[in-house]
Design a protein around this ligand. Structure first.
Ligand SMILES: Nc1nc2c(c(=O)[nH]1)N[C@H]1C(S)=C(S)[C@@H](COP(=O)(O)O)O[C@H]1N2
Ligand SMILES: [Mo]
Length: 321
């Protein structure tokens, strides 16, 4: 993200297509098709394969599937958990899987503060209790021009925020990742200004597509994907989806965000996926779906334009990139 052009992934990292199809067939034949599935997901053979490969422990029970879900083929579980950006555990895509292994995401608490009636420090369990978990299959499109399709487990951020009764002064919501260089060894180097920070405008935060995730592929979030709690904003570049959140603050002013702080000319506050606005050092017109050979067109707002374009009506998206 910092300095390199989008990387070309070695062919050895891509699941060979024939192996892939054989595995699919195997899963069909062995009757794993129905494993833990509900509703519309029953029609998606890709789904079963990924679920079959997800870890056995820490599974969620039945999940309601969301009408917002994409029906594209899921990214391999191995890729989604082995090719990550999480600088707290190293800057290489392979680092988080290796270096986040020891990380213990419990006990955990989330501080809620700023312009709201009910600030406080909430135990993760209390923070989560009121919310019914659902499954949302979303594209995640990294600013580096690769993308994945991941079945997240979570709930709308808006529902969580309402509980804390934001006041009329709350124009934005700011998020912070844990700062603990002993547990997050990547923080011992000043590659970014720690803690990692992100922010959304209030209407973006309240939008029904914006979720807090606690799991993926039917199981708890692996550490490298941001356990125990992360943001997922599907129409924005991946870096807006901050991991391992410990603080949520309601603010009157637009909050600082990590990549914008580091390189304001390259990463804007909004960071909406936009094929018409190139990164200064590379095109955003196409993306490579991890696991695919050919690139595909990047869609405006990552394909969620029908739902979110109205949030930006009248804004010059070249200026507010
Ligand atoms: N705290 C924190 N959150 C983060 C990052 C990070 O380095 N630190 N990387 C971001 C980037 S650049 C991307 S593309 C996504 C990747 O999410 P994934 O590893 O679950 O695919 O996480 C985002 N959230
Ligand atoms: Mo990213």
């Amino acid at each position: 993200m910092l300095i390199k052009k989008p990387e070309v992934i070695k062919s050895s990292e891509i699941t060979d297509q024939s192996v892939y199809l054989k595995r699919r067939q195997f899963i069909r034949d062995s009757g794993l098709l129905g494993v833990g599935l509900v509703g519309s997901m029953v029609g998606l053979p890709w789904m079963k394969r990924s679920w079959a490969e997800a870890p056995a422990g820490a599974r969620f029970g039945e999940l309601v599937s969301s009408p917002f879900s994409s029906d594209e083929k899921l990214t391999d579980y191995q890729d989604a958990t082995g090719y990550n950006n999480f600088y707290e555990f190293g800057t290489d895509k392979r680092d988080p899987e290796k270096h986040a292994r020891e990380f213990a995401p419990r006990p955990w608490s989330v501080v809620v503060d700023g312009a709201c009636e009910k600030p406080g420090s909430y135990d993760l369990e209390d923070f989560l209790r009121p919310h019914a978990l659902e499954e949302r299959i979303y594209r995640l499109r990294c600013v580096e021009a690769w993308s994945m399709v991941i079945p997240w487990v979570g709930f709308p951020l808006g529902a969580a925020l309402k509980r804390f009764q934001p006041t009329s002064k709350a124009k934005y919501v700011a998020f912070e990742t844990l700062y603990d260089p002993e547990r997050m060894p990547g923080q011992q180097r000043r590659v970014l200004e720690w803690p990692y920070r992100e922010g959304l405008r209030m209407d973006e935060a309240m939008h029904p597509l914006t979720i807090l995730a606690v799991g993926m592929y039917g199981a708890e979030l692996p550490n490298q994907n941001g356990a125990p709690l992360r943001l997922v904003v599907p129409w924005k570049y991946g870096f807006k989806s901050i991991k391992s959140i410990v603080r949520i603050s309601f603010t009157e002013e637009q909050p600082a965000s990590t990549w914008n702080q580091l390189q304001p000319a390259e990463y804007g506050f909004y960071s909406n996926v936009n094929p018409q606005v190139d990164h200064p050092r590379w095109s955003q017109k196409k993306e490579r779906r991890i696991g695919d050979w050919l690139k595909q067109e990047t869609l405006m707002f990552n394909g969620y334009g029908d739902q979110v374009a109205s949030l930006y009506r009248g804004m010059d998206l070249k200026k507010y990139f």
